[in-house]
Ligand binder design. Structure first.
Ligand code: ACO
Length: 328
């Protein structure tokens, strides 16, 4: 079967107004700006209001992506929302977004692959378009991680923030668009990064709240080692599948978890700093929103031109990882 070439037609982003700086965190837990900046690269992160849920952030990012793609919501055939902070267990955040956008004919579902969710979503949605089943898909990463973060736990609360990024994908001219994807999972590392309350294993109860099971738990050093190994390996795999060399890469857009993890990926790919998009200093780790938010800012900053070769790569809870090589 012949497949249509598929690529990104438009990007959008949204972050809440409220800024939580490292200095603010110094007043909340036993930490300091110097530790956070040297160990992570993060200076501040955005925090959603009590009224905002992930679909509200997703809506603003989605509007931006639709505008920049030059299409309207009623042209969308599919909406995929990657999130670990859905508005609620169900209906899906994608269905809530479909209603808010008025995307009447779009199928809609959520996808859970933690910080790798956006890449999983892109791979998924692009197949519907490549086969000709659909014409336009909206892929969103949206998170309100502040709502599942324990602000008494200095190991995690300095890392996470809220935000959303979105892309519209569709058919592109031959030679452009996605050249390869790499998705992976290692469920044996599931315990390293988790929210274990509120599901069918530990339903929400007074006891689950008391035990703080509704908050993120993380074995930071183990996740760090996994991330350093997998970011470089996944990026090299999509290069190999696309038949590109390291020197061909014009821009790397990595998951924004920790500047030291990003640096290790850059070293392995032999990339100079100007070929890597980094915005974690301003937003921290926004999980599934991280890569589309960084991509939308790279576009805003004029860092991408037609024909550029781009690598997206991320890792996350699950454990999961994903990467893509694409021609802009
Ligand atoms: N301020 C001050 N000290 C701190 C803080 C803090 N905020 N947090 C931890 N520490 C202390 C620890 O208590 C520990 O002290 P101890 O040695 O006395 O026990 C010490 O700092 C640990 O220091 P390091 O070993 O140098 O920490 P490390 O270099 O491992 O950095 C970090 C920790 C930043 C968490 C790192 O391990 C990391 O980034 N891991 C990856 C995390 C990640 O990316 N998670 C998200 C995945 S994406 C998703 O799916 C949501």
């Amino acid at each position: 079967m012949d497949l249509y070439p598929v690529g990104i037609l438009g990007t959008g982003k949204y972050v809440p107004d409220r800024i939580l700086s490292n200095h603010d965190l110094e007043k909340m837990v036993d930490t300091n700006d110097e530790w956070i900046v040297t160990r992570t690269g993060i200076r501040e992160r955005r925090i959603s209001s009590d009224e905002q849920a992930s679909s509200d952030l997703a809506l603003e990012a989605a509007k931006g992506a639709l505008d920049s793609a030059g299409i309207t919501a009623d042209q969308l055939d599919l909406i995929v929302v990657a999130t670990i902070t859905p508005d609620m267990a169900f209906p899906s955040t994608a269905c809530i977004l479909q209603e808010k956008l008025g995307a009447r004919k779009a199928a809609a579902f959520d996808l859970s692959a933690a910080c790798s969710g956006f890449i999983y979503g892109l791979a998924n949605a692009s197949n519907f378009i490549a086969t000709g089943m659909y014409q336009y898909a909206l892929v969103v990463g949206a998170e309100c991680l502040s709502k599942i973060t324990d602000y008494t736990d200095r190991n995690t609360c300095v890392l996470f923030g809220d935000g959303a990024g979105a892309v519209v994908i569709g058919r592109v001219p031959e030679g452009r668009g996605f050249k390869s994807f790499e998705l992976g999972a290692d469920g044996s590392g599931g315990d390293l990064l988790k929210v274990c309350g509120g599901g069918s294993r530990n339903p929400s109860s007074a006891a689950s709240l008391e035990s703080k099971l509704h908050f993120i738990q993380m074995a930071g050093a183990d996740v760090f080692k996994f991330a350093v190994r997998i970011m470089g390996a996944a990026a090299e795999e999509v290069l190999r599948k696309a038949k590109w060399e390291k020197a061909d890469i014009d821009l790397l857009v990595p998951h924004q978890a920790n500047k030291r993890i990003i640096q290790s990926a850059m070293e392995r790919l032999e990339l100079p700093p100007e070929k890597c998009m980094v915005n974690l200093d301003r937003y921290g780790n926004v999980s599934a929103a991280s890569i589309p938010l960084a991509l939308a800012e790279a576009v805003e900053e004029g860092r991408l031109k037609e024909g550029d070769k781009l690598i997206l790569v991320g890792f996350g809870g699950g454990l999961t990882w994903g990467a893509s090589a694409l021609v802009w």
